[in-house]
Write a protein that binds this ligand. Structure first.
Ligand code: ATR
Length: 286
């Protein structure tokens, strides 16, 4: 007699709109192959108006139904609302990027902050010895960065934004360790900071990037960017030219994928050079 369980595969997805540029299938397919797991991870394009139906079908389950997946732009906020059990991280951010089913309930978390600090831990161990960090930008991506720095124990987190009201909103949301400033205060605020994070799209849309002087940063400071296309962003290039250590944003994408894989497929994967090279090769193709 054939045990039917042997033929079962575990299925997961990444849902977004559009989705064709997502690199998550490359990451998870690599790990499935590494572990020899009979599973699949597929990109699914779902328009905002159809997201509710997509979630319903997930909850109904059935043979071959996905056990969970990743959620990307523009669905991160909506999924957090639709989830039965968003965890504390997702609730505070108001956005989720990882979901799974448990006892017929949709659970959700956000692993972007985990990915952000895990990347720094891997590429620049000791980065967290500083008490002061500067975060440029106050958009959606900035939130997970601020939350993760606060939860790691960084004492003072300074957020600056072109539209200062958005920086104030984040300081209110994330508590007394987070301070907000207009972008014009950058030079002054950088004084003695051991970490500078760019979360803006500055320079990505072909606009001119203002020259940044990183000399006020503390000795041994590190500059990182959450944008990873190109790998060396204009801001990282400027920092390198000024002799400052840098960490690119690709590792954040790779590390944020780990907890989801563990939840759906039961094994904790590793981020290694082979995986990095696979993504870099894909970036060169597109
Ligand atoms: P995301 O969710 O990816 O962070 P977003 O919410 O659109 O995207 O945020 C983009 C960030 O880049 C914001 O901090 C934005 O500043 P504003 O809030 O003032 O719009 C910042 N940004 C984009 N272009 C910029 C520019 N030319 N100069 C300064 N900041 C810029």
């Amino acid at each position: 007699m054939v045990d039917s369980r042997e033929t079962l595969t575990v299925n997961a997805f990444v849902v977004g709109y559009p989705i064709k540029h997502s690199r998550s299938p490359i990451i998870h397919s690599h790990w499935l192959k590494t572990f020899g797991i009979a599973g699949s991870y597929k990109a699914v394009e779902v328009a905002p108006a159809d997201l509710g139906n997509f979630i319903m079908s997930l909850k109904h389950g059935g043979p071959g139904a996905p056990v969970g997946g990743n959620v990307t732009i523009p669905h991160k906020e909506a999924v957090c609302q639709l989830a039965d059990r968003p965890d504390e991280l997702a609730r505070e951010l108001g956005a989720a990027n990882t979901v799974w089913m448990e006892e017929g309930r949709l659970c959700a978390t956000n692993t972007d902050g985990y990915g952000f600090v895990a990347n720094l831990d891997e590429r620049h161990p000791g980065w967290d010895k500083t008490e002061r960090a500067v975060v440029l930008g106050a958009g959606g991506a900035s939130r997970a960065v601020i939350q993760s720095l606060r939860d790691r124990g960084i004492v003072e987190i300074h957020v600056l934004n072109r539209t200062v009201e958005r920086a104030h909103e984040l300081a209110d949301r994330f508590g007394p360790r987070v301070h907000s400033h207009p972008q014009a205060a950058l030079h002054e605020v950088m004084q003695g900071a051991g970490l500078f994070v760019n979360t803006t799209s500055l320079g990505m849309d072909g606009t001119e990037v203002p020259g940044l002087d990183f000399s006020p940063l503390a000795a041994g400071a590190v500059v990182t960017d959450i944008v990873y296309v190109p790998l060396v962003t204009p801001i990282l290039k400027m920092a390198q030219e000024q002799g400052i250590a840098t960490v690119d944003g690709l590792g954040m994408l790779l590390h944020q994928a780990k907890p989801g894989f563990k939840t759906w497929f039961g094994q904790m994967p590793e981020v290694d050079e082979t995986l990095r090279s696979l993504i870099i090769a894909d970036m060169e193709r597109h």
